[in-house]
Design a protein around this ligand. Structure first.
Ligand code: SF4
Length: 442
């Protein structure tokens, strides 16, 4: 049986693509291997949103070139997909001549076609027909691409304009996933609230929630990533009303300074951003909210950075993903703005935000001490980090709350089960507790 190995870096969209590609390969009779040197096909699913991610892809490619050169007999096919692959591939081909296939994001059927026996290549691959997942959770892309063109971002150039999948198609995929044991789906889009604006009846994300909410066996619905301007009252109401939709929002703010936001062409002011966060907190007091921040963007002064710091201290998010700005070739900022904040200053600012957020997350999580949380089991602790000793004879499990916080606890349950856990210990990064038979209070 031929074997494949997939290496994935980057966002949840890439993870979703890799899962579907793996499912397709398995439909063709291929078997997964964790060791690239044993594979007949090695796929790199790449990301170029940050320089660091791009470099990781490039150094993996270097290792694969060496692998291909020294293979005695087994010369694996190498495929590169994801955001490293733009419209034109001639530059990539010149740089990496040992790569057999370049496939644009979501175009993973190109990889499948390349490994299919010649006689089978007549039919068209529609990847949604073989959704598959190894656990109780699954990503479901519902809108591809992005129309926003923030000046720092490469995504619209690599993933194209926004294209929503019809409700009926998404609902069918979720039904198939649930039939195969999935209990929680995360609906994905670069700007997920833009869902539906390009479809004939202009359905909204709220309509999509309602369309899949009553699928029997589906326990939780999540959605990622939010764009502040696209977040409507209707969507927030739907999250509040529909019990299966988890009250967790990831709403990137990127900067706490209006001038920098305008330079990034984010399309909103801080006051508009605050309104969205405050509305969610008013209507959904238990909601968890995370954000993304870029420090050291072109021309960012100490004072402008301080405003980002102050905003985070004021809004006290559950989580902050912080990145130091790195210019991405082809973007508006790369073409028109000077990357003039020294690297050391960027790193200092990044560490200042990390330190601030660690304290905030510790406080925010400490408020959960003693509460009862609904947790979906993802696995046993031993599978990931080694068994911990305790007087409790039950295994140590881990899972997530509705607010996407990781909980380690002693209990007895299977992956995908929802259990109630009394939180006994908290930190900035996770929660610990004990499974109980008590009911979570509404
Ligand atoms: S909203 Fe902006 S940052 Fe997000 S994917 Fe689109 S262009 Fe990139």
């Amino acid at each position: 049986m031929p074997r494949y190995h997939i290496w994935t870096v980057g966002c949840q969209m890439n993870e979703a693509d890799s899962t579907k590609l793996a499912a397709g390969l398995q439909c063709l009779g291929w078997e997964q291997t964790p060791r690239p040197e044993e594979a007949d096909l090695v796929v790199l699913n790449t990301c170029v949103v940050r320089q660091k991610a791009e470099q990781r892809g490039i150094s993996k490619l270097g290792a694969l070139r060496r692998l291909k050169e020294r293979s005695n007999g087994r010369r694996p096919k190498i495929a590169v997909m994801g955001c490293m692959v733009g419209l034109r591939t001639d530059g990539l081909l010149k740089r990496f001549p040992f790569v057999d296939v370049f496939a644009r994001p979501q175009a993973f059927s190109d990889v499948l076609t390349a490994v299919m026996p010649q006689e089978d290549t007549g039919g068209e691959f529609w990847p949604e027909t073989f959704p598959r997942t190894p656990g109780p959770t699954a990503y479901v892309p519902v809108i591809h691409g992005c129309n926003k063109f923030c000046t720092f971002c490469i995504v619209p150039y690599r993933r194209g304009r926004e294209r929503s999948r019809p409700i009926i198609e998404v609902a069918h995929e979720v039904e198939v996933l649930v039939a195969r044991g999935v209990k929680e789906v995360t609906l994905l889009g670069q700007t997920v609230e833009a869902y539906g604006h390009d479809l004939p009846d202009r359905p909204s994300l709220a309509d999509l929630f309602r369309a899949i909410h009553d699928i029997k066996g589906l326990e939780r619905i999540r959605f990622l990533t939010s764009y502040p301007k696209d977040m409507t009252d209707d969507i927030i109401h739907a999250v509040a009303e529909l019990p299966k939709v988890c009250e967790y929002f990831n709403i990137p703010v990127q900067s706490g300074d209006d001038t920098i936001l305008a330079r990034m062409r984010r399309g909103y002011t801080l006051s508009e951003y605050r309104d969205v966060v405050n509305k969610i907190r008013r209507w959904l007091p238990a909601a968890a909210i995370s954000t993304d921040v870029i420090v050291g963007f072109c021309g960012e002064t100490d004072e402008q950075f301080r405003r980002t710091y102050d905003l985070l201290a004021e809004l006290r998010f559950d989580k902050v993903h912080v990145a130091a700005y790195s210019p991405r070739p082809g973007t508006i900022a790369w073409r028109t703005l000077a990357d003039d904040v020294p690297q050391q200053v960027k790193m200092d600012r990044l560490h200042i935000i990390e330190e601030l957020q660690e304290g905030i997350a510790a406080d925010v999580n400490a408020r959960l001490q003693g509460t009862l949380q609904e947790v979906m089991i993802e696995g046993e602790k031993g599978e990931k980090g080694g068994a911990a000793r305790s007087a409790d004879p039950r295994p140590k499990l881990y899972g997530r709350t509705r607010g996407d916080k990781i909980v380690h606890f002693y209990g007895q349950a299977c992956p995908g089960e929802l259990v109630n856990v009394r939180i006994e210990k908290t930190s900035a990064w996770s929660l610990q507790g004990r499974q109980t038979g008590d009911e979570v209070e509404e």
